[in-house]
Design a protein around this ligand. Structure first.
Ligand code: BGC
Length: 746
């Protein structure tokens, strides 16, 4: 024990000493820098600024004079993004090597930090492994996967010579219209907090000098996902009590997990653009959460304080506002205007030198931590970590666990492997509709950049059943009219045992994903009705990033499988579930609404629970098509023996909760066990339930396991009217599966 302690303290000492020395090195370097060099460090431009031909450049060739202009003349500290699509590992190496070579021609020789969006795997390197989007990852309820995916993403980024990842997204998905809903962990705070901070830790824990780590970037701070209209980058109105209850905890947890950087929300809250909010950037993030890392803007967001938000009367005022609010680095990213404006502002005394020095030190500390001063070039050791076969196996495991079986009438699934099936619908021959945004291109739609061995659902099913047993009426191209030919579908159905109808959404990202309608597209609804009219059992396979309403067709569907956008192995996972080679265990990370008039979330308030109908109060206020946490299995699980270590909890104690879960069916299966609590009375109307803990377990047929959870008062806390996070004395209900019991907090 003594030895372990001694080792621990020595380790702590070295870690502290290292951190200190990075800080000291940064302090010393800042003192030697000119104002121009400092402002340059705070400037981030996009690759198109230095690439031959700019935007649309196809091969990553740099323009020597533009490179010199950015790195030597403007002394930029950071470069991001690609020009059109993913590049090979070697192309990235060439790009980054050329950039760092150019740094040698500067006076200060400060390496450039390159950043990319590795959102569900390394987006912008050809043949990287793509995993489920966060929404699918959340459906697994398996935090180990959040870690494992982040490790692979870090390795593949670093193998590409890139040491800064713009991930994870920590925005909560409570507005299903929002086009970035698929990038969220869904509507629950705890899942976002747990999986988000697990990802942060996994990105960074090996130590940023290590070729398996990257600097993470929590994003998009704060309240980005709550746009009132659901349109990307439009105003949110969030009372502070709600901001602190639902939007802030994920960031607070990720700061604690050690995130090195943070990106700011492009939108505005209560009329104040977040990039101009000294309160959110400095008071809350720096002082209250204690975040020491680097704050970067999102795309072009400083100038937009002037050009879009109209809170800054001039571009220079926009720069002054943002930097004084607490921004360290500007993702300008298309020109050098920020550099010129900030120089001018400092010279005029509108931004104090102390603020500039503070920002630059944070940037330099990050670069020291990442080992960029020791070796800024792509690392040979890192390259070996690209494209390991274990990544493909992980992608399949996670995709399997993401699959969420929403409906299985008369146990229509699994289908027999001897069945003859008709595979139809626009997603059947699509790869982009299985991967979604940030997949080799920003929008994810260009299939020529996907790995050659990516499969469509049609291919995966054909592989399983043999070509003789599969017919299709689907065609390549999500919007291809041939996909919606109802009469062809009806004719083809006559010879099959079942119809597998693949519908949903094609890939989209950010504003191009804004939609006027959340109902499934009319032509897909018509196709589903035509399929149902054949009298053959129809299995609806949903490939979508957010819930598209299907209430009209749902009764006619025998089976419904939600696949989300689950990455490289989606098709294989779908086929495995449909034909019984995998027993599904995913559960919804959001409430699947019936329609726009029924968007009520699972942690509804009591007045949302009860719907008044004349003099009758009925408990149908929460009436989604499928509730949060719903997901079927081919086996069954029974809960028994819910026990508490005590019927009272105090501030000084912990409560251990145990329950026995038994697999009562004939198949082995995994299962998400979720613990909810309900505060019966509180000073702020208490939600009907809140998820407080979850575990993914694996049970053989017939096997039973005792599962334990430990909670304390912090797990029961909420934000009160004084904006304090408190736990009030009183009675609480605890719910696991169909069991419930009570305890008192005093
Ligand atoms: C997105 C960010 C992303 C950035 C850089 C922005 O449009 O909002 O999430 O990191 O672009 O690609």
């Amino acid at each position: 024990m003594k030895k372990i302690l001694a080792l621990f303290f020595t380790l702590c000492y070295y870690i502290a000493a290292m951190a200190q020395s990075d800080q000291q090195k940064a302090d010393a370097l800042v003192k030697k820098m000119t104002l121009e060099e400092k402002v340059g460090q705070m400037t981030q431009v996009t690759l198109a600024v230095i690439a031959k031909g700019g935007w649309g450049n196809q091969d990553g060739t740099l323009d020597a004079s533009l490179l010199k202009k950015a790195v030597v003349d403007y002394k930029v500290g950071s470069i991001l993004n690609t020009t059109a699509h993913a590049f090979s590992v070697d192309t990235w190496h060439t790009i980054i090597t050329q950039i760092q070579d150019e740094v040698k021609n500067t006076r200060s020789k400060i390496p450039v930090i390159y950043g990319l969006d590795g959102m569900h795997g390394q987006t912008y390197t050809l043949n990287s492994t793509l995993f489920p989007q966060n929404i699918g990852l959340a459906a697994t309820r398996n935090t180990e996967y959040a870690k494992a995916i982040a490790k692979v993403t870090a390795s593949e980024l670093r193998a590409s010579g890139v040491r800064w990842n713009f991930a994870p997204v920590l925005d909560i998905g409570r507005q299903p219209l929002w086009s970035r809903f698929p990038e969220t962990f869904g509507e629950d705070v705890l899942i976002g907090k747990t999986m988000g901070s697990a990802a942060v830790k996994a990105y960074e824990e090996d130590g940023l000098k290590n070729p398996t780590a990257v600097a993470s970037c929590m994003k998009h701070y704060l309240g980005y996902s709550a746009a009132r209209t659901g349109k990307d980058r439009t105003p949110a109105y969030i009372p502070e009590i709600e901001l602190r209850e639902y939007y802030l905890p994920q960031f607070a947890a990720a700061v604690k997990a050690g995130a090195s950087t943070i990106m700011i929300n492009s939108g505005e809250i209560n009329g104040e653009p977040v990039h101009a909010s000294k309160y959110l950037l400095t008071t809350v993030l720096r002082k209250e959460l204690g975040f020491q890392g680097m704050i970067v803007t999102d795309w072009e967001d400083i100038i937009r304080l002037h050009t879009r938000h109209n809170v800054a009367i001039s571009p220079r005022q926009a720069v002054v506002m943002a930097i004084n609010a607490g921004i360290d680095m500007s993702m300008v990213p298309g020109d050098f205007s920020f550099y010129e404006l900030l120089l001018e502002a400092v010279k005029k005394g509108e931004v104090p030198m102390s603020r500039i020095d503070d920002a630059v030190k944070r940037i330099l500390v990050l670069k020291y931590k990442l080992g960029l001063f020791d070796n800024p070039y792509p690392e040979a050791a890192a390259k070996n970590n690209f494209g390991k076969s274990s990544y493909q196996a992980l992608a399949l495991d996670v995709a399997h666990e993401a699959m969420t079986l929403l409906k299985n009438k008369d146990n229509v699934l699994p289908l027999s492997r001897k069945a003859k099936v008709l595979v139809a619908g626009p997603s059947a021959q699509s790869i982009s509709a299985l991967n979604g945004c940030w997949s080799y291109t920003w929008q994810g739609k260009e299939e020529q950049w996907y790995p050659a061995d990516s499969k469509t659902i049609l291919q995966a099913i054909t592989d399983k059943l043999g070509a003789a047993n599969v017919i299709t009426t689907s065609a390549k191209g999500f919007d291809n009219a041939a996909n919606f030919d109802a009469s062809k579908l009806s004719a083809a159905a006559s010879s099959v045992d079942a119809i597998i109808l693949c519908v949903g959404e094609d890939a989209y990202a950010e504003s191009p994903g804004n939609t006027r309608e959340l109902a499934l597209a009319d032509n897909q609804i018509a196709l589903a009705n035509a399929a149902a009219a054949t009298g053959k059992p129809v299995i609806l396979v949903l490939t979508e990033g957010r819930p598209r309403f299907i209430s009209g067709i749902e009764p006619a569907m025998k089976g419904i499988l939600m696949t989300y956008w689950s990455g490289k192995k989606t098709a294989e996972a779908v086929a495995d579930v449909l034909f019984g080679d995998y027993n599904p265990d995913g559960v919804l990370p959001f409430s699947y609404p019936r329609s726009m008039g029924e968007v009520v979330l699972y942690d509804r308030k009591p007045t949302e629970e009860v719907r008044e109908v004349f003099n009758d109060n009925i408990n149908t206020g929460y009436d989604p098509l499928f509730p949060f946490g719903h997901g079927l299995s081919y086996t069954s699980f029974e809960y028994s023996d819910l026990q508490l270590s005590s019927t009272t909890l105090t501030a000084a104690t912990k409560l251990t909760i145990s329950v026995t879960v038994k697999n009562t069916g004939a198949r082995d299966g995994k299962h998400a066990v979720e613990l909810y609590t309900r505060d019966l009375y509180a000073s702020i109307t208490p939600p009907m339930k809140r998820l407080r803990a979850f575990q993914k377990i694996n049970l053989k047929a017939g096997e039973a396991k005792k599962i334990t959870f430990t909670i304390d008062k912090n797990d029961l806390a909420f934000v009160n009217a004084q904006l304090k996070t408190v736990t009030e004395p009183g009675e609480f209900e605890i719910m696991i599966g169909n069991k419930k019991t009570k305890f008192t907090y005093r």
